[in-house]
Design a protein around this ligand. Structure first.
Ligand code: IVH
Length: 673
């Protein structure tokens, strides 16, 4: 039996250990134990506190979440106002700042600055009394903020109790709450899958997460904290330099940014700016610039404040990565795989260091989720080398005549029908064999080793053939002459002749290879093989509808839809027919042998009259798929005559020859056997 005294001692020991490991993890970024060990300590503490509820204190690491939702946030007055910073957008403005500081201080000597990344989150004030976190508040208007203590307590990198000793009895530390990029992406992916509203950027996500009346929601959001300033300090003192205060903060368990540097003079500042600019995309959180702070606190005091900003600090901003502009139109671009990407045509805007007039809208689902209308004011983002994107809409600015974005019915490149498969965000052009946007990719695939295996037709050559207009569709390959090829870059007479030979050679192929070569979406080598075996002939496959296609092993509704759409598109049929005219062939008989195991193997059918449940093509395909043959006239060799409505003279002939007759029901039964 644990006595209450030993339990109390153990509880304190556990809390110390847990706080120490929190410190190693969040502040030092150097954990000493695996998460599982940490969880064990937490569990033990929870169990003991459960047994001895009188020993639970507000600063226990178990007490981060738990409070009941608030009706509203209380107001908080900042005894020391929370200021903002003056901004500089270029080097000249930094130079002016440094000059002004020197003039005011009456010195020519180089000054030390603390240079810090400017975090793109929201400012927060944390009050510690005797080392215990008692209040967390937003900046608000700088004088009055909101009491978000409950929510702040849920952020693991905010210590509930300071470590070590020597901290002032009252310490108001200030810093930034932010959401790391990864956490932001995860949160949005979750929102997306639940069809909820997505956040425009990590800053909005952090602000939205912190301003939740139910702390359990905040607890579920990946928020983090870095300390970089302070407000009220009583009952103790801080060191004489900003950089030293930050070091002390770290000792007390307050997380500070490891990127912070003490730099010398203007040169040092600008160098830091450049370093951070190039490191920016690799940082796990968003920054929108850097901050320079005169390091000596006595000099800071001497410099003082103007209006709402200190004279001793400056934010040197990176070019904005986000800007607002008008969405003039939405056009659809066809990619090399036939996917249609909606592209926003924008009123040109300067963002991320360049003028932007186009941005991606990704796909129709994104357009719907972001509720993008033509005529909207949109927020465009251009981060580094990433393609600019429309991240959101300013709904308040939507004009009355804003228009919904409509998906085109036909491919803007080739006029083939556009398809949007159920459950897929991507919309595709169905004219794979014909569409110029897909040409290079298709021809490269068509010629590849496992398809028609045209030796010597590499990627570079395909590019040239398409760019010079010699080849539009795969069928054009078969009419290329040595003279035409020899005129191309890095093509001698000999290699031209070799290529013509291997193209000629490729004419003889198999149905499976041919089907694979067509580049039908979702039809890889295996499916092509299965289709070839099942249908036996290209005609039978082309005549099959989705129901017939789904009879094939491994072909589900998605693949069936892709195949049916492909063959339905007249442009594709044209190219297939051109390929056959060009002499592309495969041994039909060997294919027939492959279906010889079908239940209708060797049986000859004749169709007469109209069937109610299927078209004649369907009936034909079904017979062939099961190994049977369809003939157009009745003879002694005919095994069955399938009799539909209003049969013709074939029925009379069949009766004369005593050939078995099947009505539609009997025929269907036979097919199902
Ligand atoms: S110091 C009196 N340091 O920038 C100076 N601010 O534009 C108080 N910020 O409201 C601010 N990173 O939210 C400081 N390293 C940093 C910062 C930083 C981001 C934010 C902060 C502030 C805003 C001012």
């Amino acid at each position: 039996m644990t006595s209450s005294r030993t339990a109390e001692r153990r509880i304190y020991a556990l809390r110390d250990q847990i706080n120490h490991h929190n410190y190693l993890y969040y502040v030092m970024d150097a954990p000493e134990i695996p998460d599982s060990e940490y969880d064990k300590l937490m569990r033990e503490l929870e169990e003991l506190e459960h047994k001895y509820p009188e020993l639970v204190t507000r600063d226990s690491p178990t007490q981060r979440i738990g409070a009941t939702p608030l009706a509203e946030f209380g107001e908080v007055r900042h005894e020391v106002p929370m200021l903002s910073l003056d901004n500089a957008f270029d080097e000249d403005e930094v130079l002016d700042f440094d000059r002004r500081v020197h003039e005011r201080l009456g010195t020519n000597a180089q000054l030390d600055y603390t240079a810090e990344p400017k975090l793109d989150g929201l400012a927060i004030s944390l009050v510690y009394e005797d080392g215990v976190l008692v209040r967390g508040a937003t900046r608000g208007d700088g004088t009055m903020g909101e009491d978000v203590t409950q929510n702040i307590r849920t952020i693991a990198s905010v210590p509930l109790r300071l470590l070590g000793n020597g901290f002032p009895a009252l310490l108001e530390t200030r810093g930034e709450i932010f959401m790391p990029k990864k956490g932001f992406e995860k949160l949005n992916a979750q929102a997306e899958s639940r069809h909820e509203k997505i956040f425009i950027n990590p800053r909005n996500a952090a602000a939205g997460s912190l301003r939740q009346l139910d702390a359990r929601i905040t607890a579920s959001r990946p928020l983090e904290f870095f300390a970089y300033a302070w407000g009220q300090v009583r009952g103790g003192s801080l060191p004489a330099r900003h950089s030293e205060v930050l070091e002390r903060f770290r000792d007390w368990g307050l997380r500070t940014n490891p990127e912070n540097r003490l730099v010398v003079g203007l040169e040092g500042c600008l160098q830091f700016y450049k370093q951070m600019a190039s490191k920016r995309n690799r940082l796990p959180y968003q920054i929108d610039g850097v901050v320079y702070k005169v390091d000596r606190l006595d000099l800071q005091r001497e410099l003082g404040y103007v209006a709402r900003a200190p004279r001793w600090a400056l934010a040197h901003k990176f070019p904005a990565e986000e800007a607002m502009t008008l969405l003039l139109a939405v056009e659809f671009q066809v990619g090399r795989t036939g996917a249609l990407t909606p592209v926003a045509r924008l009123q040109p805007v300067f963002v991320g260091g360049a003028n932007i007039s186009n941005a991606t809208l990704h796909n129709m689902d994104e357009i719907e989720r972001k509720d993008v209308h033509i005529g909207d004011t949109v927020i465009v983002r251009r981060a580094g080398d990433v393609i600019p994107e429309v991240v959101g809409v300013v709904l308040a600015k939507r004009p009355k005549n804003a228009q919904r974005v409509r998906l085109p019915c036909y491919c803007p490149e080739c006029g083939s029908k556009v398809l949007r498969l159920d459950g897929e965000a991507v919309v595709r052009c169905s004219g794979g064999l014909y569409c110029p946007a897909q040409r290079k990719e298709l021809i490269r695939h068509f010629a590849s080793r496992r398809a028609l295996n045209i030796e010597g037709l590499g990627e570079k050559l395909v590019e040239q053939l398409v760019d010079t207009g010699l080849v539009h569709t795969p069928a054009d390959l078969f009419s290329l002459s040595v003279a035409q090829l020899a005129g191309l870059e890095r093509m001698g007479d000999k290699s031209a002749q070799n290529l013509v030979n291997s193209i000629d050679h490729a004419r003889n192929t198999t149905l499976a290879r041919f089907l694979y070569a067509l580049g039908i979406r979702d039809v890889g080598e295996t499916t092509a093989g299965v289709l070839a075996r099942h249908f036996g002939t290209l005609e039978a496959l082309m005549a099959a509808d989705e129901t017939a296609l789904m009879q094939v092993a491994d072909v589900g509704p998605v693949v069936a839809a892709s195949i049916a759409a492909f063959f339905k598109e007249p442009h594709n049929r044209q190219v297939i027919s051109a390929l056959r005219t060009a002499g592309v062939r495969w041994p039909e008989h060997s294919v027939a042998q492959q279906v010889s195991l079908g239940p209708l193997c060797g049986k000859i059918f004749v169709l007469t009259g109209a069937l109610v449940h299927m078209t004649r093509d369907d009936a034909k395909a079904s017979i062939q798929a099961l190994g049977g043959k369809v003939s157009t006239s009745v003879s002694k060799k005919t095994d069955y005559v399938v009799v539909g409505e209003e049969p013709g003279t074939k029925l009379v002939e069949a009766q004369k020859l005593g050939i078995a007759q099947l009505d539609e029901r009997a025929f269907e039964r036979l097919l199902k056997q």
